[in-house]
Design a binder for this molecule. Sequence first.
Ligand code: SF4
Length: 365
Amino acid sequence: MSRSSGPEVVVWDTTYACPLRCSHCYSESGRRPSRQLGPADMLRVADALVALGPRVVALSGGEPLVVRGVFEVAERLRAGGVKLSINTSGWVMSRALAERLADRFDEVIVSLDGATPEVHDRIRGRKGSFDRVLATLALLDEVAGERSAAGRGRLRFGIDCVVIRSNFPQLKAFAADIAHRFPHLTTLGFNAAVPEGLASRLEFYAHELLDDDQVTELTSETLRSRLRTLAPPTVSVYTTDNMNLVMNPERVARRVDTLVMQVEPDGLVRGIPVYEGTVGSLLEEPGTVLWERTLARLEDPFVVETLSSVHSMETWAEAVRRMDRHFGTAEDLARFDRRSVRTNPPEFITPARAIAQSAPGRRSA
Ligand code: SF4
């Protein structure tokens, strides 16, 4: 596929509702209106994506498993020949849900941000989330084992850890302990936190975003080899600094990085993933037209100048704040301004408060 015809990968944040309150949340989910579409409009967005012909669509959020109609959307995308993955926090799971995931998705990625309840629950902002996500992984493992034994195809499921300073000392425990608890686990990924959304805040950079030495260590062959030695041989272990998401103009010109389309819950398409600002809606215009606008935005002089200055996590976080203020709507700017008055680090929340704050159309306090 040529770049002008469409993206190779689409990430669709299907909702901004989420039962958790992670300190690094890229989408600020659970603290803003969900902007979730109804089932019929979601299918229209799915059709528009199929028409664009990406190789992979990743359903994300917020928590996509709270979205009504998400499995029908998955069926529509699969019928259109798209490979499908889903990212979940693992808070919501049952045996029946695990079976449905295995039927409709090529890969299920579960977020785990700590190797102990203390670290994971603090990062995720909700007590009990470590136990819930481990129970989810156990269910997926059970289903994967049964399917494999019955010759019904392999359920690929993986653990994804957003690496920040709080969990950096635990990476070996993920490989040496957690990964061994699930014999059918396929991947274990360690991704340096991207300074996007709540992770772009100055205070997050000061306390949690990896420093340059940690980023270098995370992506070193020494650490990778050590993690691979500690993990079961059947698990594919990888680490990344995520710097390919900067969209560095020089790399874009050399076509080094895969271009990704990011879709917001209501069908609006981001100008450039990671950065705020949209270029139109898949419910109103053809995806090819919106994709052309993405390619044009990458050549915008402000974008080229801002993203050319990125050479570290600190300068990336600065560039994100600049891009967000430049391309964000008045509503976005008001949301950024409210961030600084929120509790940080996050306090634990009660289930009732989480549900109330995730309700569509309701603003967080
Ligand atoms: S699980 Fe955490 S990071 Fe993911 S959407 Fe919810 S609050 Fe954000």
